[in-house]
Design a protein around this ligand. Structure first.
Ligand code: PRP
Ligand code: ADE
Length: 175
């Protein structure tokens, strides 16, 4: 099986989670399969090879991808955390997602100015999380090298919100 087939084969679909009307795509079984997880990390690393100086993981599921890819590529890792979790000076961005709203935060000054940062997350839905992460990276004085996702839910407006960025999803399917 290729990486897209592995993702489709292993992922789960849960209707009405976390709220009625939301069809939740659960990728934790992909992470729980060593071959599928390795294929995902290798695919993202190859797609963006030579184009990034650091990776940023979006809390919480993006952390899993970012940590593995940072290690594999031997690049620094920046945590894009949910609001209120980071101590000291932080940059903060509010955003909306498919089932609510939230805040993401980043600690500035952790990377060299102008670093090319690859944003990683598991699912792209409305694009609110990736767009807020990109705003934080740019406000911190870095550039966005691209955005790497495992699964894109099409038709929720993410591509419009992220116009101008190099957005790559291993699998895309209708929301
Ligand atoms: O494109 P969007 O509409 O922003 O949706 C995608 C985001 O939603 C999910 O995270 P969630 O905020 O549910 O947090 P979690 O990873 O902590 O469960 C997912 O992991 C992405 O981060
Ligand atoms: N439908 C969905 N499934 C999984 N993660 C999501 N994040 C936002 N919408 C989602």
């Amino acid at each position: 099986m290729n990486v897209s087939e592995l993702v489709l084969e292993r992922s789960d679909t849960i209707p009405d989670f976390p709220k009625p009307g939301i069809v939740f795509r659960d990728l934790t079984p992909v992470f729980a399969d060593a071959d599928a997880f390795a294929a995902v990390i290798d695919d993202l690393a190859a797609r963006f090879s030579g184009r990034f100086d650091a990776v940023a993981g979006v809390e919480a599921r993006g952390f899993l991808l970012a940590a593995a890819l940072a290690y594999a590529a031997h690049k620094p890792l920046v945590a894009v955390r949910k609001g209120g979790k980071l101590p000291g000076d932080v940059l903060s961005e509010d955003y909306a997602l498919e089932y609510g709203s939230a805040t993401l935060e980043i600690k500035p000054g952790q990377l060299a100015a102008g670093s090319r940062v690859l944003v990683l997350d598991d699912v792209l839905a409305t694009g609110g999380s990736c767009s807020a992460a990109a705003r934080l990276i740019e406000r911190a004085g870095y550039s966005v090298a691209g955005m790497g996702l495992v699964l894109e839910l099409e038709g929720l407006g993410a591509r419009d919100k992220l116009a101008g960025y190099d957005v790559y999803a291993i699998v895309a399917e209708p929301a």
